[in-house]
Write a protein that binds this ligand. Structure first.
Ligand code: SF4
Length: 338
């Protein structure tokens, strides 16, 4: 009897084999005259993940690992070269170009890293926070808009009195709260946060992260949180995905990832986090540099930096393997060597 089977909870966000390639070739004429090659940058290559409603997935990695490209794919700023993305069962990129696109756009919002660059300096806070409401026709009249903006500012710990001010009158942390208030105007369900606190001082970062967690609980928000900083991610995430040169190398729930990291790159990142109670053991800085993403190493792209690399690693690219505690793309883990 099929009706007896409880419906499986469907992840709100589902990325399947997501890929984005940029053509960064020199102009055609240079290629012809100077014999230059066509150049493709595989910024994101075959990334899959799911995010349950009300949960936070953090994607971490060094710059150039493709995490910001994933963020831009999720909000529709880029179209995927391959693979797909669904939100609440709808194909995101197909839907954005249809009459239902606007409704979908309201449900997915993005918070950017730099609150200085993303807030128009000549607009008042009321204009900035109210713009998405006006643009989407979500307010009845100016008094209603005023009241909605006041509510939004209060929800991020600012005051209704702040409405008449301009961005330069606020600190960095307050400016980031203004951009969060703005993003919340359309009552989104999913927020894509690209390094939302990395431009801020450590103590201010903690305040903004706490506000984001409070908002998540109060509104049932789902987050994708992009960061280069594993220590930050530890406070906000349920699941953590580690990216290296466009690929996901490990994905696990937060406790598992921090307690028993499996991929050598994840281990390297965790060893580099300064310890809260310093036991005298020096932290191990991340060693080596990220290779040029235009000519990534063959086999496992991490092999030049990996203490566990062997001949297989230099020639064969590891694929993601599912374990009971998560997924890892590493030959040594698969072979039980580490
Ligand atoms: Fe290291 Fe090989 Fe695993 Fe890559 S596949 S992370 S080189 S052990």
């Amino acid at each position: 009897d099929m009706s007896a089977i409880a419906p499986q909870p469907r992840p709100l966000v589902l990325a399947k084999d997501l890929a984005k390639t940029f053509d960064v070739s020199p102009p055609w004429l240079n290629r012809v005259l100077e014999g230059k090659q066509r150049l493709l940058l595989h910024a994101v290559d075959g990334v899959s993940f799911e995010i349950e409603r009300g949960q936070t997935l953090a994607l971490v990695g060094e710059s150039g690992c493709g995490k910001s490209t994933v963020a831009r794919l999720l909000v529709g700023l880029y179209a995927p070269t391959r693979g797909g993305l669904s939100f609440d069962g709808q194909d995101v990129h197909a839907t954005l170009n249809t009459p239902q696109g606007q409704a979908l756009r309201r449900r997915i919002q993005m918070i950017f890293q730099d609150p200085y660059a993303s807030l128009n300096p000549r607009w008042t806070v009321e204009d900035i926070v109210g713009e998405p409401l006006r643009e989407q026709g979500l307010t009845a009249n100016p008094a209603d808009l005023h009241a909605r903006v006041a509510d939004l500012l209060q929800s991020v710990g600012l005051s209704a009195m702040d409405m008449a001010k301009y961005p330069h009158q606020f600190s960095g942390g307050q400016r980031q709260r203004i951009s969060i208030a703005r993003a919340l105007g359309t009552e989104p369900e999913f927020l894509v946060c690209d390094e939302p606190t990395s431009a801020l001082d450590v103590s201010v970062q903690a305040q903004v992260l706490n506000i984001m967690k409070d908002l998540q609980r109060a509104r049932g928000l789902t987050y994708l949180f992009i960061s280069h900083n594993l220590a930050v991610v530890r406070h906000v995430s349920d699941q953590v995905g580690v990216m290296y040169l466009g690929r996901l190398v490990e994905l696990a729930d937060k406790q598992t990832l921090f307690a028993t990291p499996r991929h050598p790159y994840t281990r390297m990142l965790i060893d580099a986090i300064p310890k809260m109670r310093d036991t005298g053991r020096a932290r191990t800085p991340v060693s080596g540099e990220v290779p040029n993403p235009l000519s990534p190493p063959g086999g496992c792209a991490f092999h030049p930096r990996c203490p566990h690399a062997n001949a297989r690693c230099t020639s064969e690219r590891p694929t993601i393997q599912f374990f009971s505690t998560g997924r890892v793309a590493c030959h040594a883990v698969q072979e039980g060597r580490i």
